[in-house]
Write a protein that binds this ligand. Structure first.
Ligand code: COA
Length: 385
């Protein structure tokens, strides 16, 4: 008989502290800090590059450090030619997240520092990953639409501005860049969310940063995580108008269906990012004349609060925001990835800098010990002969 004591078990690791981090703190009471800075203070003013630098290096950059970092990212955007060739081989209807996961995996083989997990090499590879995840998304999308990728000509554009440009061929207006910067900042990190945890588990075996980010891309795609922002748009399109929201919701809840864009493992009093995303949505509604989407979300919020006491998460509002910015819904989760790659990389750097293998236990619920009879002594097996 085993003398092992049964450790505490929490399904889905709910409430379990699985590691330490200095990168990000999610306050269950609707707060979020990156390295001690409240994201609400940064979201409206900082650039995504400033936040990515902070996540990776621990401090806000000086003006010169920010310029250098921004230029380093811009200089690394171009994909190796064989990776572009691979994108052309994929089926046209492949999901952009599958394309991205495969692209990140392939990129690893073109990085001369692949096998170097030192802090300095990990930071350099993070810069390349932040730059090229965006390019994989924009170039992959254009190829899947039968269009040619645009050359990397706009080094003066930031990641947010370049994302618009590489997708559409037009340089966006300043307010569009500001909005996408804010969205990228909101999505950049969220402590031990599923994809980041997947990245850290992979990194903890001393596999490299590309393997970790590949794991993270695979994990982000699921609809309970990053995939929710694509599913939320399908839901809003089905509802169509605010007056239909409550009855639609009640029908889905009666059928015991999950409502995308609601609920969260950590936040119980609201998602810290929702008020900022909702405000962007209202602004976009006015600018684009598509004023129905945010009121649908608000009606759903009210009804969901009454029916299930569940709060909206950021993906509910991200869906119409991306739509009004002109992005197709299949790119919702990849846009999340274009930002979260900064957080994934920061966590891999932190994991490698102070590594211990992440290897939990499981609670065995299979059959009790029983005698084994080999196939040769088994009646059924011999009757087959
Ligand atoms: N729609 C309907 N019911 C929901 C729900 C949702 N979006 N989210 C949670 N619930 C219900 C569960 O069914 C459960 O009800 P029960 O106690 O009657 O069984 C209860 O609320 C607790 O939920 P639980 O599944 O234990 O929460 P979790 O912490 O395991 O899951 C999520 C968190 C995010 C996976 C979950 O809320 C969800 O699936 N949300 C929709 C997907 C989504 O928006 N994901 C993005 C997250 S940022």
């Amino acid at each position: 008989m085993s003398t092992e004591t049964t450790p505490a078990y929490s399904p889905g690791l709910a409430g379990v502290i699985a590691g330490e981090t200095q990168i990000c703190w999610v306050d269950p009471n609707a707060g979020l800090m990156y390295r001690g800075y409240d994201i609400h203070e940064m979201a409206q003013q900082a650039s995504f590059e400033e936040v990515a630098y902070l996540l990776l290096n621990g401090e806000i950059p000086s003006a010169k450090q920010l310029t250098d970092f921004t230029q380093q990212i811009a200089a690394q955007r171009e994909l190796p030619a064989p990776v572009v060739k691979m994108l052309r081989l994929l089926p046209r209807d492949v999901h952009p997240m599958d394309m991205l996961r495969t692209g990140v995996s392939m990129l690893s083989m073109f990085d001369r520092e692949l096998g170097d997990n030192s802090h300095a090499a990990n930071i350099r590879k993070s810069i390349r990953l932040i730059a090229r995840v965006s390019t994989l998304i924009t170039d992959g999308w254009r190829i899947s639409q039968g269009e040619e990728p645009l050359p990397e000509k706009k080094r003066d554009l930031t990641q947010a501005g370049n994302f618009f440009y590489k997708l559409t061929g037009s340089v966006p207006q300043d307010w569009q860049i500001r909005m996408l910067d804010t969205i990228f900042i909101l999505y950049a990190d969220h402590e031990f969310n599923a994809s980041t945890f997947a990245a850290r588990v992979t990194a903890s075996t001393l596999a490299g940063i590309y393997a970790a980010v590949t794991s993270a891309c695979g994990t982000l795609k699921g609809p309970l995580h990053g995939g929710a922002n694509e599913e939320s748009m399908k839901m809003l399109e089905e509802i169509k108008t605010p007056d239909r929201a409550e009855s639609w919701l009640k029908k889905k809840l009666a059928a015991k269906e999950k409502i995308m864009g609601f609920g969260h493992r950590v936040y119980k009093k609201g998602d810290s990012r929702v008020p900022v995303m909702r405000e962007i949505g209202r602004d976009l509604g006015r600018r684009t004349g598509k004023e129905q989407w945010i009121p649908i979300c608000e009606k759903l919020e009210e009804a969901m609060g009454r029916e299930k006491h569940l709060c909206a998460n950021v993906d509910l509002y991200a869906a119409p925001v991306f739509w009004m910015l002109g992005f197709p819904p299949q790119l919702n989760t990849p846009i999340f990835a274009a930002s979260r790659v900064a957080g994934w990389c920061a966590h891999v750097v932190e994991q490698h800098d102070n590594n211990r293998l992440i290897r939990p236990r499981s609670l065995y619920t299979g059959p009790p010990a029983r005698p084994y009879h080999s196939v040769s002594s088994n009646g059924a097996a011999s009757s087959e002969q």
